[in-house]
Design a binder for this molecule. Structure first.
Ligand code: C2E
Ligand code: CA
Ligand code: CA
Ligand code: CA
Length: 279
């Protein structure tokens, strides 16, 4: 490894050491977190822009560490992916989200879609379709109520295998959203080869939609393309009503973001679902 210019070598070595120790520590802690019940799903509403109603919710993982506080998934998902811990965690996420959807239905709330993020490792896992079917059967959820969110890069790892998995899931009635859309490669060429139901416009485009003509043009192009391909389209990271108006005017179907609601614990999002709309 190259030395940082000007930094005394022992300092650098000590820093590396600390980093490795922290990492190991985090891994051990994450391993225990699942059993200790420190993981929780939050849910963020997805809004139908025409009706203003909640069309679905995305399940987002939170880790409540007794000493470290709440740790963001951006920090521990990559580690969980590297260590394979994402498999049991992902399984728990899928089951918990479906159980929650069932609880909402049993409570008489209007039916809604539940979106669950799938990691690359989970998606490539041999028994994925079977696991999904098992969980749907156990929770008596209809497959149409479940949506799986995957990123373009997950699909590009093994194009043929991914296309087959998507065909199977699609045939079972589970819908697929392409997350962070616009940030990956080759998406256009491969779009029609994959059974996809929804495009999720990445937050980075939505952020500057009203200030940057390029981002506005890209967003418009994604929406137009989705419509032509008969795909649904949802924008993520919507924070202002100006962004909402732009998206609505250009034919975007749904939106998700702090403007409508932050991701919330189940009990709090239940109140929003019961009310039918977040505003
Ligand atoms: P993502 O799937 O792209 O999720 C959207 C992220 O944007 C969430 O961050 C959400 O809290 C945040 N967000 C929502 N609305 C807004 C907004 O208006 N403005 C801004 N600035 N941010 C907004 P979060 O919950 O920290 O999750 C980060 C990432 O961690 C997710 O990105 C996803 O890739 C991953 N992740 C979360 N939960 C799971 C999970 O259960 N399984 C897997 N495999 N990955 C997960
Ligand atoms: Ca997502
Ligand atoms: Ca996303
Ligand atoms: Ca994103």
């Amino acid at each position: 490894a190259r030395q940082h210019p000007g930094a005394p070598p022992q300092f650098f070595a000590a820093e590396m050491n600390l980093w490795t120790r922290e990492r190991l520590d985090l891994e051990t802690r994450l391993r225990r977190a699942l059993e200790a019940g420190q993981l929780e799903l939050y849910y963020q509403p997805q809004i139908d822009l025409k009706s203003g109603q909640i069309a679905g919710v995305e399940a987002l993982l939170r880790w409540h560490h007794p000493q470290l506080g709440t740790i963001s998934p951006a920090e521990f998902i990559p580690l969980a992916e590297e260590t394979g811990l994402i498999l049991p965690i992902g399984d728990w996420v899928l089951r918990t989200a479906c159980e929650q959807a069932r609880a909402w239905r049993l409570a008489g709330l209007p039916p809604l879609r539940i979106a669950v993020n799938l990691s690359a490792l989970q998606f490539a896992q041999a028994g994925l379709v079977q696991r999904v079917e098992e969980i749907l059967a156990d929770t008596e959820l209809s497959p149409g109520e479940l949506e799986l969110e995957i990123t373009e890069s997950v699909l590009m790892r093994d194009i043929e295998g991914a296309a087959q998995t998507l065909r199977t899931l699609h045939a079972r009635g589970v819908s697929i959203a392409l997350d962070d859309f616009g940030t990956g490669y080759s998406s256009l060429a491969y779009l029609k080869r994959f059974q996809i139901d929804r495009l999720k416009i990445d937050r980075s485009f939505v952020r500057d939609i009203c200030a940057d003509p390029d981002d506005a043009a890209l967003t418009q192009a994604i929406v137009a393309m989705a419509r032509n391909l008969h795909l649904s389209v949802i924008a993520e990271g919507v924070e202002t009503s100006t962004q909402q108006r732009f998206l609505c005017e250009h034919g975007c179907d749904e939106a998700q973001g702090y403007l409508f609601s932050h991701p919330l614990p189940a009990a709090e999002v239940t109140e929003l679902i019961a009310a039918g709309h977040p505003l």
